[in-house]
Write a protein that binds this ligand. Sequence first.
Ligand code: GLN
Length: 539
Amino acid sequence: MFIKIIVQTKFVVVLGALMSGMGKGAVVSSIVQILDIRGYKALPLKFDGYLNYDCGTMNPYRHGEVFVLDDKSEVDMDFGTYERFIKKDMTGDLSLTGGKLFSKLIEKERKGGYLGKDVQIIPHLTDEIINYVKGIAKGKKLDVLVIEVGGTVGDIENSYFIEAMRQLSLQEKVIFVALTYVPTMAAVGEQKTKPTQIAFRSIMNTGINPDFLFCRSENEILDNTIEKLSLFTNIKKDYIIDDSDQQSIYYLPLHFEKQNFGNNLINKLNLEEKKVSKSKLDSIKNDVGKILGAKENVKIAVVGKYVELKDAYASIAESVILGGAACNTKTEIKWIESEKLENIKNLDLLKDVKGVIVPGGFGNRGIEGMINAITYARENKIPYLGICLGMQLMAVEFARNVCKLKNANSTEFNPNAKYKIVHLMTSQKNQRYKGATMRLGAWDCKITENNSIAYGAYRKNVISERHRHRYEFNNNYRKLMEKNGLLISGTTPDNMLVEMIEWKESFGIGTQAHPELKSKPGMPAPLFKSFINACKKTK
Ligand code: GLN
């Protein structure tokens, strides 16, 4: 039997009209912040219609970066946006995918949970969804749960999520927010509402009438555009919100506040109006001020294999901006496809940059180009920051060119390499499943050397960062590499795994973790801040 949970929580459901990739995550995060500055306890929850259990097995090239949480969950990159805006650590239960949902349903069916019934999308799957969100709302004692429905209305993948939200609105207080795009034809200079009109036909077919409409656009939405949109969408003019490009996305909550969205939302949710916390508002203003006020310009290179899709490195790009803002620096990233650097003539591409980052990645393509970039940085004393794969390759490069171990490699790229500098841990060797089996989530690292870049950055002896990788620095080479001048500045507290390595001659640090995943405005990842500071000094 379906047991109906009773909750005190109200719900805001955010739907994408027209197309994806418009910044729904930023709208959801802003809504949570707008509630938070009024003292309401709110969290985001994301529905993703794909049938993968989680994002762990997806290609960043197609789907954007795989974000990792402290609790080991491999989630959608929107969680990066949530955490950076909301400045709280999220948990994996805030991500509900089609894959998780169907496995739950089928497991229940096998156990006899639906004996005698033919299991159907409506009501069984939709009831599961409703129960799930109510369970989260209740378990986390939320005033408001802000739900982001991945994809666009009209997709088959998310249709059962949307139907469940319609049903939820018959049981609980639910406010619907739609996000649309309003293009401007350059030649005519007119803001076009027709795409939104057409998208609303699909939305209305779902039986949902959105309460608010957020409009993405290059320029501010004009009054007559709002009037037209209001007419066709049945949404009051005051509830149509301009979501045009801002100089910094972190300004969005303030931009929405200016349009009285916060108070209107509170009213719609039948929540009591509360005073906006001045200190919380000031903190947002302060963060934005630092980003926009940064003076000095620094250009750095990111040498990676997924550069064609910027979303694949979303947290890296944000961490560079945030690390720069913390030292009054406007940063520019030069994205370099690593395969190009396999031809050393192309190393000229690095001539105009003040620092090099090699980010995380998997698989063979472009590896030698990354190694060439690292050699270039080391020999020319250009600051280097290696992240995960970037740390492993920093070790390989050092082994090859400083320790003279010819063709040293990671067994990921050459399983038969004579010098296996990076290899699989025994626990990984017998792993048959690919999903959720890497070294994942938050791991402590002990900074062993106080006179190190690592200590200079963190100013602490035990730190915690998030991980997502299968391969590790091979301990058999620790002594030899140290003898040749490599500094092992961080290990797991039990000293079993190498976490951070450094050059001594110039600024160069590699970390096995992904510090970019915890970088937030006003709280940038320490290594990124130190790296940008070092880049500022590059001649
Ligand atoms: N491919 C490497 C590993 O699995 C690095 C992973 C990463 O950069 N996230 O260990």
